[in-house]
Design a protein around this ligand. Structure first.
Ligand code: HEM
Length: 486
């Protein structure tokens, strides 16, 4: 039998160095370096990061093969050390390997936490928080009219307060996290879960490099900060007589825990650590993604004043003198929706999605993909591929006029939320939040560049650091002029 076995047909690989393999070719912005490598080695390549084989998928056709045809073989997650620590050993949704447990947990959360009905029930939170941000920007604009506002910081704080209130049932203002460098913590979490540890790439000696670069200490530091926060949130929820408007995710999960204990007479599977692990997903999935979308959209519009004007005319024309954009207005803002879509095309918050792992051997365009191979889908590269997109580098929301391409995982040339069984369950929450933020920023203010700066000076560089998310390197500083409508 062994004799008759066909030799394996592995995907092409760039030449690798002894021991480290292709690690040195990743660079500071892996999605970019991987695009360059794909031009030479093709849309299906096999890299080796130390001992780990990693399949890099860089075309819509190949992404379809992975996410649609072979999704079941590819929908697991590897047990990497950083996410392992932060998820209490993979008890969450995003980093848990494919299993009965993951299916059950995802099902509960999709029904109870991410459903359109639940997300809509928190509309008042989003509108209140957006309203108070607009008020605070107005105050800054009237007290020091020429001073720039750090829009990046404001948008992160807004996104944080919305997740705090909807997911954790607590206001963010006045908490320790408001004062601390909140966006740094959010970014640290994304970095810790996005960075491979050297120990897993190089068993035997990698831990020495990890120790020298302080990787383990960093993971532990982030873990302790988050764990203390979660514990405090859970304790608050267990206090009798707690005032609340709507059940938040902690209420929902504590309710399931109680039901299980009542039903079985003892705890079935849900513990406080499970709840904390899911809170990490809210923290990581919910805050940075929506904030980055708004920041990149603002930066792109600032560079193209005619598009900015078109967007402002639309929102101001539809909302009139109401003073604020409400969620019920959003469906009428068709151009606005195209701006968000175009921003997610050029600046997908997770440019390589979240690492997957093959749980069985499968064939991808005749190549053999072995069990245990890690899989990264370069959605950043795919969305800039001139085979699918005309003038792909240009920010042009108009490309979506009379074009039904959507980002929900069915059009493989546009996958900012991934696809298949692991598709982002927060699509509705993420888009409604980003749309509401951006629409209000555009409706309430005219935005000018700080003195002496021109459109060409806006820094569009991406933050390096091999992180799971794609942040703008420098903060967006803009001078707000209140619009006459507010
Ligand atoms: C603009 C907003 C957002 C973007 C672009 C985004 C993007 C993504 C991406 C690319 C993935 C990985 C998909 C894959 O591996 O194929 C993902 C997964 C996930 N996202 Fe989002 N996301 C957003 C908003 C949210 C929000 C608001 C939440 C929750 C509060 C959330 C929670 C999650 C969770 C729990 C997963 C893991 C799913 C799984 O592995 O089964 N996301 N998201």
């Amino acid at each position: 039998d062994q004799v008759n076995k066909e030799p394996k047909n592995l995907p092409p690989s760039p030449p690798k160095l002894p021991v480290i393999g292709n690690l040195h070719q990743l660079g500071a912005l892996p999605h970019k370096s991987l695009c360059q490598l794909a031009l030479k080695y093709g849309p299906i390549m096999l890299l080796h990061l130390g001992r780990m084989p990693v399949l890099i998928v860089s075309s819509a056709d190949a992404a379809k093969e992975v996410l649609k045809v072979n999704d079941l073989a590819c929908c697991s997650r590897p047990k990497l050390a950083g996410p392992g620590r932060l998820t209490y050993n993979y008890l969450d949704i995003a980093f848990s390997p494919y299993s009965e447990y993951w299916r059950e947990l995802r099902k509960i959360c999709v029904l109870e936490v991410f459903s359109v009905k639940r997300v809509k029930s928190f509309r008042f939170v989003r509108e209140e928080e957006v309203g108070s941000l607009m008020d605070s920007i107005s105050q800054l604009a009237s007290s020091s009219p020429t001073d720039p506002v750090n829009v990046t910081e404001k948008v992160f704080a807004l996104s944080g307060s919305i997740i705090f209130r909807t997911a954790f049932g607590k206001t963010f203002r006045g908490s320790e996290f408001n004062r601390a460098k909140f966006n740094d913590l959010v970014h640290d979490v994304a970095t810790v879960v996005g960075t491979f540890s050297y120990d897993e790439c190089f068993p035997g000696f990698g831990w020495i490099i990890d120790r020298i670069r302080g990787h383990n200490g960093r993971v532990e530091g982030v873990f302790r900060k988050l764990d203390a926060l979660y514990q405090q949130l859970i304790d608050d929820h267990l206090k009798p007589g707690r005032a609340k408007h709507e059940d938040d995710i902690i209420d929902v999960m504590l309710g399931i825990e109680k039901e299980q204990i009542e039903e079985h007479g003892h705890r079935a599977w849900l513990t406080k650590n499970h709840i904390k692990a899911v809170l990490l997903n809210m923290f990581l999935g919910g805050i940075e993604t929506s904030a980055l979308t708004v920041i990149w959209a603002m930066a792109e519009l600032l560079r193209k004043p005619t598009l900015m004007k078109k967007a402002q005319d639309e929102v101001r024309g539809i909302v009139g003198k109401k003073g604020r954009v409400e969620e019920t207005d959003l469906d009428q803002l068709q151009y606005h929706k195209m701006i968000i879509k175009e921003t997610l095309r050029l600046h997908p918050p997770a440019p390589l999605l979240i690492t997957r792992e093959a749980i069985s051997h499968f064939k991808l365009n005749n190549y053999d993909i072995d069990t245990g191979t890690l899989i990264q889908i370069n959605v950043w590269g795919i969305a800039r591929d001139s085979n699918y997109w005309r003038n792909p580098e240009e920010f042009c929301p108009e490309r979506f006029i009379d074009n039904t391409t959507d980002f929900k995982g069915q059009n493989f040339e546009l996958l900012p939320f991934g696809g298949g069984r692991r598709v982002c369950p927060g699509i509705y929450m993420g888009t409604v939040t980003s749309e509401l933020f951006l629409a209000n920023l555009l409706y309430c203010f005219d935005w000018c560049l700080p003195d002496g700066m021109t459109e060409a000076d806006i820094n569009m560089e991406e933050q390096d650091g091999q992180c799971v998310t794609l942040a703008k390197k420098t903060p967006l500083l803009l001078v707000p002029l209140p619009s006459l409508l507010t």
